[in-house]
Ligand binder design. Structure first.
Ligand SMILES: [Zn+2]
Length: 300
């Protein structure tokens, strides 16, 4: 196992491992969160820990990774990062342009070859969640995981169709659908999830809209322990303390806030282990509630 892979937990039959694509300083907080108030950093020094905050540049640490769930029978990837060699020259996406990261090597270091993956789940279809769905082969984008079924929300798929609102909300994402999602559909590997869908025993997709119209969270629950993969309902630990702060990429502000409150409440109530898509090290943790406020307790 390389240093970039960290096995974080075991829940039910699954071992959960983070497969890193990249871990870098990302956006400035005032850019990512239009409501940002620097006072929050004073009142919660935890948010300036080096895992979350890059002091030199005053930027938020940003991780791109997949969560790998392995059991005797299933090899599951939740979200697939940005992908290699993709043309993302637009200013908003330039951090994702023509990447060459050893993501598949890191997957192999966790004992997984691309053909071993049985299931891919995309929480939503933004640029940084679908990239490794495909790879370049002979000048064409082909599914990276040829034996997997790929699942995302039916509402999300409708959102990015010609009739949906996605193209108006974030036109930069349309080439992403073309090179990282459509080839999976064309290869007949895709399935659509309804608002609450049990995918495997103990593993479900549940609607968590707002960031995008059809975003879904993944819930793994063995009856005792519970894990939640919330996509981009939470970008950064700051939002645990300020649940009303949307990222600038949240499409429907009011729905995104409602979903974030519901997510935090669910995690606190269920004592679920939360596996966000972009939190810096240590990348996962628990949501604790005290009176009306929440706090984030990173895993050890
Ligand atoms: Zn994201």
């Amino acid at each position: 196992m390389t240093a970039a892979n960290t096995s974080v937990a075991r829940i039910g039959p699954y071992t959960i491992t983070r497969i890193e694509e990249m871990l870098t300083p990302g956006f400035r907080p005032e850019f990512l969160f239009p409501d940002f108030d620097a006072q929050l950093l004073q009142s919660h020094p935890q948010l300036k820990a080096e895992g979350f905050w890059h002091a030199g540049s005053e930027r938020l640490m940003s991780s791109m990774h997949s969560w790998l769930l392995q059991s005797d029978r299933h090899t599951i990837l939740i979200d697939t990062g940005c992908g290699n060699l993709k043309a993302r020259a637009l200013p908003l996406f330039e951090r994702f342009h023509q990447l060459q990261h050893p993501y598949l090597e890191r997957l192999r270091a966790a004992g997984v070859a691309p053909e071993d993956v049985t299931l891919v789940i995309n929480t939503h279809l933004h640029v940084d969640h679908v990239g490794w769905n495909t790879r370049l082969e002979g000048g064409r984008w082909v599914p990276t995981f040829p034996r997997a079924r790929y699942i995302w929300g039916a509402a999300e798929w409708a959102h990015w169709s010609a009739q949906g609102q996605g193209s108006a909300k974030l036109p930069e994402n349309l080439p992403v659908i073309a090179d990282s999602v459509q080839p999976v559909v064309d290869a007949d590997l895709s399935e659509l999830a309804d608002d609450i869908s049990t995918v495997l025993p103990g593993l479900s997709l549940q609607s968590l809209p707002g960031h995008t119209a059809g975003q879904m969270m993944v819930v793994l629950d063995d009856g005792q322990q519970c894990a939640v993969f919330p996509g981009d309902a939470l970008h950064q630990p700051m939002q645990v303390y300020q649940p009303d702060w949307n990222s600038r990429f949240c499409e429907d502000a009011q729905t995104a806030r409602q979903s974030r409150h519901r997510l935090l409440e669910f995690c606190a109530e269920r004592q679920a282990l939360l596996f966000p898509a972009h939190f810096g090290a240590p990348h996962a943790g628990y949501i604790r509630r005290k009176a009306a406020a929440y706090s984030f307790e990173p895993v050890q």
